[in-house]
Write a protein that binds this ligand. Sequence first.
Ligand SMILES: N[C@@H](CCC(=O)N[C@@H](CS)C(=O)NCC(=O)O)C(=O)O
Length: 228
Amino acid sequence: MLKAYIDLMSQPSRAVFIFLKYTKIPHTIVPVALRKGEHFQEEYAKSINPFKLVPVIHDGDLILPESVAILKYLCTKHNITSLYPTDLEAQARIDIFTQWQHLNLRMGGGTLFQARFIQPMTTGKPVDEAKAEMGRKVLYASLKKMENIFLKETPFINSDSMSIADILGVCELMQPQLGLNMDFSEYPKLCVWSKRVREEVGADLFDEAHQYVAQMGKRFFSSADSKL
Ligand SMILES: N[C@@H](CCC(=O)N[C@@H](CS)C(=O)NCC(=O)O)C(=O)O
Protein backbone atom coordinates (compact mmCIF):
# COMPACT_ATOMS: atom_id res chain seq x y z
CA MET A 1 0.00 0.00 0.00
CA LEU A 2 1.11 3.55 -0.74
CA LYS A 3 2.92 5.20 2.18
CA ALA A 4 2.94 8.96 2.70
CA TYR A 5 5.64 10.47 4.92
CA ILE A 6 4.32 13.73 6.26
CA ASP A 7 4.24 16.22 9.12
CA LEU A 8 0.98 18.16 9.41
CA MET A 9 2.92 21.28 10.39
CA SER A 10 4.24 21.34 6.82
CA GLN A 11 2.13 23.03 4.13
CA PRO A 12 2.94 20.64 1.23
CA SER A 13 2.48 17.68 3.60
CA ARG A 14 -1.02 18.89 4.42
CA ALA A 15 -1.77 19.18 0.70
CA VAL A 16 -0.76 15.54 0.18
CA PHE A 17 -2.73 14.48 3.29
CA ILE A 18 -5.91 16.29 2.15
CA PHE A 19 -5.50 14.99 -1.40
CA LEU A 20 -5.16 11.35 -0.28
CA LYS A 21 -8.15 11.50 2.07
CA TYR A 22 -10.31 13.44 -0.40
CA THR A 23 -9.59 11.08 -3.29
CA LYS A 24 -9.82 8.00 -1.02
CA ILE A 25 -6.68 6.50 -2.57
CA PRO A 26 -5.71 3.67 -0.17
CA HIS A 27 -2.66 4.76 1.82
CA THR A 28 -0.85 4.65 5.13
CA ILE A 29 0.33 7.85 6.77
CA VAL A 30 3.84 7.69 8.26
CA PRO A 31 4.29 10.71 10.53
CA VAL A 32 7.76 12.31 10.41
CA ALA A 33 8.15 14.78 13.28
CA LEU A 34 10.25 17.65 11.91
CA ARG A 35 10.42 19.23 15.38
CA LYS A 36 12.24 16.11 16.61
CA GLY A 37 14.54 16.08 13.58
CA GLU A 38 13.23 12.69 12.41
CA HIS A 39 13.88 13.73 8.79
CA PHE A 40 17.60 13.99 9.59
CA GLN A 41 17.85 10.40 10.83
CA GLU A 42 20.20 8.30 8.75
CA GLU A 43 17.59 5.77 7.68
CA TYR A 44 15.18 8.45 6.45
CA ALA A 45 17.87 10.39 4.59
CA LYS A 46 19.33 7.22 3.09
CA SER A 47 16.22 5.25 2.10
CA ILE A 48 13.36 7.76 1.91
CA ASN A 49 14.46 11.27 1.04
CA PRO A 50 18.07 12.37 0.50
CA PHE A 51 16.75 15.97 0.47
CA LYS A 52 15.74 15.37 4.14
CA LEU A 53 12.33 16.97 3.65
CA VAL A 54 8.64 16.04 3.79
CA PRO A 55 6.36 15.14 2.05
CA VAL A 56 7.40 11.94 0.29
CA ILE A 57 5.35 9.02 -1.00
CA HIS A 58 6.48 5.43 -1.42
CA ASP A 59 4.36 3.68 -4.05
CA GLY A 60 5.54 0.28 -5.24
CA ASP A 61 9.13 0.79 -6.36
CA LEU A 62 8.77 4.54 -6.58
CA ILE A 63 9.93 6.88 -3.85
CA LEU A 64 8.71 10.34 -4.77
CA PRO A 65 9.41 13.64 -2.97
CA GLU A 66 8.03 17.08 -4.00
CA SER A 67 4.35 17.77 -3.38
CA VAL A 68 3.55 18.97 -6.90
CA ALA A 69 5.18 15.91 -8.49
CA ILE A 70 3.32 13.68 -5.99
CA LEU A 71 -0.12 15.16 -6.71
CA LYS A 72 0.36 15.09 -10.49
CA TYR A 73 1.66 11.51 -10.40
CA LEU A 74 -1.28 10.31 -8.30
CA CYS A 75 -3.86 12.14 -10.46
CA THR A 76 -2.39 10.58 -13.58
CA LYS A 77 -2.03 7.11 -12.07
CA HIS A 78 -5.57 7.05 -10.66
CA ASN A 79 -7.16 8.99 -13.51
CA ILE A 80 -8.35 11.81 -11.25
CA THR A 81 -9.06 14.24 -14.06
CA SER A 82 -11.30 16.45 -11.91
CA LEU A 83 -8.29 17.64 -9.88
CA TYR A 84 -5.74 17.71 -12.72
CA PRO A 85 -7.44 17.94 -16.11
CA THR A 86 -6.12 16.10 -19.14
CA ASP A 87 -7.21 18.90 -21.47
CA LEU A 88 -3.88 20.52 -22.31
CA GLU A 89 -4.98 24.14 -21.92
CA ALA A 90 -6.89 23.55 -18.68
CA GLN A 91 -3.88 21.64 -17.31
CA ALA A 92 -1.50 24.43 -18.33
CA ARG A 93 -3.64 26.97 -16.45
CA ILE A 94 -3.36 24.84 -13.29
CA ASP A 95 0.39 24.50 -13.82
CA ILE A 96 0.89 28.25 -13.96
CA PHE A 97 -0.01 28.24 -10.27
CA THR A 98 1.80 25.04 -9.27
CA GLN A 99 5.03 26.51 -10.72
CA TRP A 100 4.46 30.06 -9.47
CA GLN A 101 3.61 29.25 -5.85
CA HIS A 102 7.05 27.91 -4.85
CA LEU A 103 8.87 31.24 -5.13
CA ASN A 104 5.92 33.47 -4.29
CA LEU A 105 3.08 32.44 -1.95
CA ARG A 106 5.09 29.61 -0.41
CA MET A 107 8.32 31.56 -0.15
CA GLY A 108 6.61 34.60 1.39
CA GLY A 109 4.46 32.79 3.94
CA GLY A 110 7.11 30.18 4.69
CA THR A 111 9.90 32.73 5.23
CA LEU A 112 7.70 34.82 7.53
CA PHE A 113 6.66 31.71 9.48
CA GLN A 114 10.30 30.60 9.81
CA ALA A 115 11.44 34.04 10.95
CA ARG A 116 8.58 34.70 13.40
CA PHE A 117 8.13 31.25 14.84
CA ILE A 118 10.46 28.39 13.90
CA GLN A 119 13.83 30.14 14.30
CA PRO A 120 13.10 31.93 17.61
CA MET A 121 11.62 28.70 18.98
CA THR A 122 14.46 26.42 17.91
CA THR A 123 17.41 28.79 18.54
CA GLY A 124 16.10 30.95 21.40
CA LYS A 125 17.29 33.99 19.43
CA PRO A 126 15.12 37.07 18.79
CA VAL A 127 13.12 37.40 15.57
CA ASP A 128 15.28 38.17 12.53
CA GLU A 129 13.33 41.27 11.50
CA ALA A 130 15.06 41.65 8.12
CA LYS A 131 14.11 38.11 7.18
CA ALA A 132 10.57 38.60 8.50
CA GLU A 133 10.24 41.78 6.43
CA MET A 134 11.45 40.00 3.30
CA GLY A 135 8.89 37.24 3.85
CA ARG A 136 6.12 39.74 4.60
CA LYS A 137 6.78 41.69 1.38
CA VAL A 138 6.74 38.58 -0.80
CA LEU A 139 3.65 37.28 1.01
CA TYR A 140 1.58 40.45 0.58
CA ALA A 141 2.63 40.81 -3.07
CA SER A 142 1.59 37.18 -3.60
CA LEU A 143 -1.79 37.66 -1.92
CA LYS A 144 -2.49 40.58 -4.28
CA LYS A 145 -1.51 38.47 -7.29
CA MET A 146 -3.76 35.65 -6.07
CA GLU A 147 -6.70 38.06 -5.99
CA ASN A 148 -5.93 40.00 -9.16
CA ILE A 149 -4.66 37.22 -11.39
CA PHE A 150 -5.41 33.67 -10.25
CA LEU A 151 -8.89 34.36 -8.82
CA LYS A 152 -9.74 37.31 -11.05
CA GLU A 153 -12.46 35.62 -13.06
CA THR A 154 -12.92 32.14 -11.62
CA PRO A 155 -14.14 30.72 -8.27
CA PHE A 156 -11.09 28.45 -8.05
CA ILE A 157 -7.51 29.03 -9.21
CA ASN A 158 -7.73 29.60 -12.99
CA SER A 159 -10.65 27.18 -13.08
CA ASP A 160 -14.37 26.78 -12.43
CA SER A 161 -13.73 23.71 -10.29
CA MET A 162 -11.25 22.76 -7.57
CA SER A 163 -7.89 21.37 -8.65
CA ILE A 164 -4.56 20.43 -7.08
CA ALA A 165 -3.63 24.14 -7.39
CA ASP A 166 -6.33 25.06 -4.85
CA ILE A 167 -5.30 22.31 -2.44
CA LEU A 168 -1.63 23.37 -2.59
CA GLY A 169 -2.49 27.07 -2.43
CA VAL A 170 -4.87 26.93 0.50
CA CYS A 171 -2.37 24.96 2.60
CA GLU A 172 0.25 27.65 1.96
CA LEU A 173 -2.21 30.41 2.83
CA MET A 174 -3.16 28.74 6.11
CA GLN A 175 0.44 28.73 7.38
CA PRO A 176 0.54 32.48 8.11
CA GLN A 177 -3.24 32.82 8.54
CA LEU A 178 -3.69 30.09 11.16
CA GLY A 179 -0.10 29.50 12.28
CA LEU A 180 0.71 33.18 12.88
CA ASN A 181 -2.93 34.17 13.49
CA MET A 182 -2.75 36.76 10.71
CA ASP A 183 -5.80 38.62 9.51
CA PHE A 184 -6.28 38.60 5.75
CA SER A 185 -9.69 40.30 5.73
CA GLU A 186 -8.25 42.95 3.40
CA TYR A 187 -8.20 40.20 0.79
CA PRO A 188 -11.91 39.38 0.48
CA LYS A 189 -11.60 37.21 -2.62
CA LEU A 190 -8.97 35.07 -0.92
CA CYS A 191 -11.15 34.68 2.19
CA VAL A 192 -14.13 33.56 0.12
CA TRP A 193 -11.92 31.24 -1.94
CA SER A 194 -10.31 29.58 1.10
CA LYS A 195 -13.78 28.96 2.60
CA ARG A 196 -14.90 27.53 -0.74
CA VAL A 197 -11.93 25.13 -0.86
CA ARG A 198 -12.57 24.11 2.78
CA GLU A 199 -16.19 23.30 1.92
CA GLU A 200 -15.20 21.48 -1.25
CA VAL A 201 -12.68 19.17 0.48
CA GLY A 202 -14.99 18.90 3.50
CA ALA A 203 -14.70 21.02 6.64
CA ASP A 204 -13.86 18.03 8.88
CA LEU A 205 -10.97 16.93 6.69
CA PHE A 206 -9.72 20.49 6.22
CA ASP A 207 -9.81 21.13 9.98
CA GLU A 208 -8.20 17.78 10.77
CA ALA A 209 -5.28 18.68 8.49
CA HIS A 210 -4.91 22.16 10.01
CA GLN A 211 -5.56 21.35 13.67
CA TYR A 212 -1.92 21.60 14.86
CA VAL A 213 -1.03 24.74 12.97
CA ALA A 214 -4.26 26.37 14.19
CA GLN A 215 -3.57 25.39 17.81
CA MET A 216 -0.10 26.83 17.56
CA GLY A 217 -1.27 30.13 16.11
CA LYS A 218 -3.85 30.53 18.89
CA ARG A 219 -1.31 29.62 21.56
CA PHE A 220 1.59 31.84 20.49
CA PHE A 221 0.07 34.77 18.60
CA SER A 222 -2.76 37.03 19.76
CA SER A 223 -5.08 38.91 17.40
CA ALA A 224 -2.97 42.01 18.16
CA ASP A 225 -0.26 40.37 16.06
CA SER A 226 -2.54 40.19 13.04
CA LYS A 227 -0.30 42.36 10.85
CA LEU A 228 2.90 40.54 11.82
N1 LIG B 1 9.30 21.79 -2.70
C1 LIG B 1 9.01 20.83 -1.65
C2 LIG B 1 9.25 21.52 -0.31
C3 LIG B 1 9.39 20.54 0.81
C4 LIG B 1 9.77 21.26 2.09
O1 LIG B 1 10.38 22.34 2.09
N2 LIG B 1 9.39 20.66 3.25
C5 LIG B 1 9.68 21.27 4.52
C6 LIG B 1 8.44 21.34 5.39
S1 LIG B 1 7.27 22.45 4.69
C7 LIG B 1 10.69 20.40 5.29
O2 LIG B 1 10.65 19.19 5.20
N3 LIG B 1 11.57 21.05 6.05
C8 LIG B 1 12.53 20.38 6.86
C9 LIG B 1 13.81 21.14 6.99
O3 LIG B 1 13.97 22.16 6.29
O4 LIG B 1 14.65 20.74 7.79
C10 LIG B 1 7.56 20.31 -1.78
O5 LIG B 1 6.75 21.01 -2.38
O6 LIG B 1 7.29 19.18 -1.35
